[in-house]
Design a protein around this ligand. Sequence first.
Ligand SMILES: Cc1ncc(COP(=O)(O)O)c(C=O)c1O
Length: 446
Amino acid sequence: MSVIESGSLHSYNAVREIFEQYNDFLITFTIPAPSGMFAFIWPALCYNYKAIPNGRNDRRSRGFAQYSGKPTRYFPEHLQFIQTEKPGTPPPSKSLVFGHTFTNHMLTIPWSSLEGWGTPKIEPYGPLSLEPSSTVLHYAQTIFEGMKAYRDEHGKVTLFRPDMNMKRMNSSAARVSLPTFDSDALLQLIKKLIHIERDWIPREPGHSLYIRPTMIGTQKFIGIAPPSEALLFVICSPVGPYYPDGFKPIALYATTEYIRAAPGGTGAYKLGANYAPAVMPQKQVAKMGYAQNLWLHGPEHYLTEVGTMNMFVVLKKGDAIELVTPPLDGMILPGVTRDSLLSLARDHVSGTYKIPKLPEHFIVSERPITMKEVQEAEASGNLVELFGSGTAAIISPVNRIGYLGKDIHVPTGEDGMGPISRPIWTELVGRQMGTIPSDWSVPVTA
Ligand SMILES: Cc1ncc(COP(=O)(O)O)c(C=O)c1O
């Protein structure tokens, strides 16, 4: 490495220009700190761009990747496996409580703006070592995903549409200036982790291994800027069915006091920062006898999401039935379950794949829907059902909505599920559990 230039740079563009011109050399420079809000991001810029290794365009572009949102190629095929010396054994499936039990190992991959993605490791599950000044602890630089690995009746292990989780995680990373990554490479590593932990996937029907990929900013730095260091890790948790004793419809509280998301905000991303603020409103409604908040938007009280689920309303429209879900307008998380339900319902409508027991005259709509419309549908007897959708519960039927001091009553079927959600649920779960062959079911190989 040779030092060819030292000096002062006054703007981000100047830094870029120097990089373009002299990418074969080490460049050192200082950046005078400006005043005002830029003072906050300046230390990170200085840190990120203080050195360029000889002739390594790829390294240079890694440094910029977090600004450009371009995915970085990473994961040199050097996965290290450090086997635990104190292996635990999976508890009896009946005793599993969602999110409380973790498997023996975890996947970790460090990242720095100078080096890009480092060596991936599968290592014993255990505490992380973090500086108290780590950016995640102050500015919530954390994103996550939730997906499940299923074991079919022949013992084959599969993931359900994991490409969608990888895509969503990259989009969340870009939104909070965490580094983006190569989705295929991460998926391969996650498959290796699941393969190692396969004995933790319960054999009982409806059980699965919940996979939680997470990324955090780990730079020791007090200031608001893209972190120059990050850690991606993946942990696994065996889980039972959400409704072990049959479907239990839940009551919602349509809150006009709190919001989950707003236009231009972060509702469409899976950021840790979206979840903590929802806990207090959730506790408040629990005291009033409701299970979850129904998040509304705007003076018209548009329905958006249910707790941590997407939502669907089923309405009678003359001799037709309409399945409605709010559109992906930037405030709604693009759920994998939501997309799968819509896709199955649309295949039924187009005739590509007819779902038994769904009506012939069936309309599938991604459109805004207000509380007034739901109230009117209840009053006219046209409200057929309302349910939430998500990886954890798959479908969660709703039987009551508290709204402006009154309860709206939502019909539910005898077994808790409605006449539209039940047949679509059967199709979806069949594809997840492998009883209905599908491209959505991705084998986990060694
Ligand atoms: C806010 C929110 N909406 C919707 C969903 C459902 O998304 P998915 O179907 O991908 O689990 C989730 C769960 O991940 C969520 O946290």
